[in-house]
Design a protein around this ligand. Sequence first.
Ligand code: GLA
Length: 408
Amino acid sequence: MKLLKTALVACAAFISQSAAAQQLTAWDSLALTPPMGWNSWNFFEGKVSEKVIMDMADAMVANGMKAAGYQYLVIDDYWVGGRDRQNKLFPDTERFPHGMKYLADYVHSKGLKIGIYSDAATLTCGGVTGSYGFEELDAKTFASWGIDYLKYDYCNAPEDVATAFSRYHKMGDALKNSGRPIVYAICEWGPRKPWLWAKAAGGHLWRTTWDSRDVWESKNKDLTGIMDIFNQQESLANYAGPGGWNDPDLLMVGLYGKGSSSSVNGRFKGCTFTEYRTHFALWCMLDAPLMLNLDLTKMDAANLQLLTNKHLIGINQDELGKQATTILRRGDLQVLSKPLKNGAIAVCVFNRSDKPTTVKLNLKKELNVWQPVTAFDVWKEKNYPKAAVLESNLDGHDCAVYILTKAE
Ligand code: GLA
């Protein structure tokens, strides 16, 4: 009986998810392209504070990230102080001395948006107060503070999909009734296949994976590294599109083992710059939300240049909203392709091996791409008119990204 109920819920949600995909609503329009921003998890965790968020907002404006398209500053777990006598949530008063409205006003004054975190149970993953039973009140409170984005977690909640759907739906409705447009990020990590029902629950993005760790590949199902996550995304491409996105978790780029959760308290030492560059390029190809969590006030030039690369961001934010799929797999070579709105195609040539290699791909014969074509190399910012073969010199775990445009 329980199984039948679960199947029916997933089925009904899926039907409305497919219908929703055809007709965009005003609610969908809050995330017509994948959200871009920063989240306090991994690097700041329990030390997140008003000062941290203000510093990040200042940095985002000063270092060109805002101009590149980054918009949201999301306060993750550990901001809650408790509920007052009217059951209204209030923040930890030491770390958020002026309250959330003050902070939201500051972030808005910088032309940015602010996000917050809660959980569909009485306690969050970190063990502070969650929203279960207070969805309407909390959504209205968030709206009154000027919150623009809610990440809604699922720790301490029942495991079955029917309950998850109903709890997420409840908060989705509460947000819709809150009087403020609030992007809704569903975070149940993937075990209940949220790509089938999260959009019907009101979600604009849904985590497809357990928390990302700052390691290239861990091969341990409980500690997902970048490749472990990447390998799970391929089959989900059809569920993403304008208004609703698969979310393969925060970008590890630039953490270099410094986040305590992502490094599992120092067990993982982080990745090389080449690996972070590939991670970013793959997440752009996958139409993933681009959420950073490194300290924006201490970024090195290479990571800043990477994370503000206008060509990669253009691929990620392309209005067509088509998640990349694999068009060629040969040993350690993987080629992904993503159609773009203007008729061009983004192609990522990815060397999964840890050894360097040179890859030559015949565009017509091997990738089935029209001729003549102009290939634009995103790293080199160089055009190759009438390209017949793509030649990429790749380090281990490296990739090249091209934008292919039909030539006259
Ligand atoms: C879960 C989520 C993380 C983060 C933490 C906070 O693990 O998946 O992204 O929000 O909770 O405690």
